[in-house]
Design a protein around this ligand. Structure first.
Ligand code: FES
Length: 94
């Protein structure tokens, strides 16, 4: 949990899957780490409030719901439930 940037995004690999972890106002969220538009790592993107902006073509997603918010992204982002226990982040990929 200490590795997460407050109000930012951090990229991790979990079971071979690229995942983006967010720490928003002290709460942890997780989404798939690759944009649904093309091959861009969201960990290189920009967090603004509850949204993540893709670094490649500036498409935006809602971090909590994964909803695609603006062109050119049209496909929602997969989201995962995440929790913190004793300082460790747990992500449920199912
Ligand atoms: Fe993300 Fe194009 S790759 S908006």
């Amino acid at each position: 949990m200490d590795e997460l940037k407050p109000n930012g995004v951090t990229g991790v690999e979990i079971d071979g899957r690229t995942v983006a972890l967010y720490l928003i106002d002290g709460e942890v969220f997780a989404t798939h780490g690759i944009c649904t538009h093309a091959l861009a790592f969201l960990a290189d993107g920009f967090v603004d409030g509850g949204t993540i902006e893709c670094p490649l073509h500036q498409g935006m997603f809602d971090i909590r719901s994964g909803k695609a918010l603006c062109s050119p992204v049209t496909k929602d982002l997969e989201t995962y439930s995440a929790k913190v226990e004793e300082g460790e982040v747990f992500v449920d990929l199912d």
